[in-house]
Design a protein around this ligand. Structure first.
Ligand code: HEM
Length: 321
């Protein structure tokens, strides 16, 4: 059932290749007819990587399909239901899916694309956000200290790791995460959207089917909405009189690191939980300091997400005796 280290490494390597080449391949979306001639070699590279992805994912998808068939047959033979004894995976949900309008199942190629999207969307985003947040906690030691003191007030001395329930008692932690997502949203744009009919939006006419997008990062940095927007100040999220900030934008949209509305990131709850859990534990267990003479460079670089141009380097000292 579980993947071995070698299989995990193969998935990681092929996904990493896709991510680091993402901007390079993105341009192929525009005028494919023209780029197929002008950027022939880039297309070749993309097809080669895609083939590698299929070689890695397809055997795993097929194995899952076979396991399901075997289970169904065994259930029939033994007149017993085995479904409860088995952990449902993302691939199982894809195998069961029937497209309602087209009345068909997904092809293996579509499943490979969805698995790839799910893996990248669910890991690269969160790890990028985590790195940006930790970089700010290294750059601003007073913020790190304030967070540590909050954690200390909630967690018993000597407790090895922080539990999920304890995170709910840490408003400053949540403010640090929100400020990280506002100041450094991993996605500076959402996925391409389209309007289903001609609309007038403000002063602009948006024709049916036109691709539209949102400038996620710029929204979070808008000086008309945020005071001193380029500064890292988690306190701004504590000033709302105890009301929790609505990250889904259902009341008002002041920032939208996960998008908003019907196509909002389906993993936002998990991502918030992961970020709170990792940041709290990393700060509870270690003191994070800048490497001597290093001022923590917050320059950006675009990959699949917008990452730190110079990845964080820090001195990490255990706090627990
Ligand atoms: C800090 C972490 C994350 C950030 C900043 C983030 C951000 C986003 C954004 C901006 C979108 C596009 C929304 C739109 O087009 O309107 C998106 C889509 C998506 N995200 Fe996340 N995400 C994060 C974590 C996750 C996690 C943990 C998962 C899964 C476990 C996930 C799965 C997805 C998927 C599958 C989509 C595509 C949804 C669709 O096509 O409608 N994301 N995410």
């Amino acid at each position: 059932d579980k993947l071995d280290e070698d299989q995990i490494k193969r998935i990681k390597d092929v996904q990493r290749q896709m991510i680091v080449n993402f901007s390079k391949f993105n341009i192929l979306n525009y005028w494919p007819g023209v780029t197929k001639i002008l950027l022939r070699n880039r297309w070749k590279e993309l097809f080669f990587l895609r083939k590698c992805q299929e070689d890695v994912f397809m055997p795993l998808i097929r194995a899952r399909k076979m396991a399901k068939e075997e289970r169904v047959n065994k259930s029939k033979e033994d007149m017993k239901d085995y479904e409860d004894e088995y952990v449902l995976s993302y691939v199982d949900t894809l195998l069961a899916l029937e497209l309602p309008e087209e009345k068909r199942k997904l092809t293996e190629e579509e499943m490979v694309s969805l698995c790839s999207e799910f893996l990248n969307a669910g890991t690269d985003t969160t790890s990028t956000a985590l790195q940006w947040i930790m970089a700010n906690l290294v750059k601003y030691p007073q913020t790190q200290e304030k967070l540590f003191m909050e954690i200390k007030g909630v967690v018993q001395d000597g407790e090895v790791s922080i539990k999920e329930e304890e995170l709910q008692k840490m408003p400053y932690l949540k403010a640090v995460i929100l400020e990280g997502l506002r100041r450094h949203p991993p996605a500076h744009f959402v996925l391409p959207h389209a309007v289903t009919e001609d609309v007038i939006l403000g002063k602009y006419a948006v024709p049916k089917d036109a691709t539209i997008n949102f400038m996620v990062a710029e929204m979070g940095w808008d000086p008309k909405v945020w005071e001193d927007p380029m500064a890292f100040k988690p306190e701004r999220f504590l000033e709302s009189g105890g009301e929790t900030f609505d990250i889904t934008g259902s009341r008002e949209i002041k920032m939208m690191p996960f998008g908003a509305g019907r196509r909002i990131c389906p993993g936002y709850g998990l991502a918030m939980l992961h970020l709170e859990y990792f940041v709290a534990n990393l700060i509870w267990k270690f003191e994070w300091k800048a490497v001597d003479g290093d001022d923590v460079d917050l320059s950006e670089k675009e990959e699949f997400t917008v990452v730190m141009k110079n990845p964080l380097q820090a001195q990490v000292c255990p706090r627990l005796k």
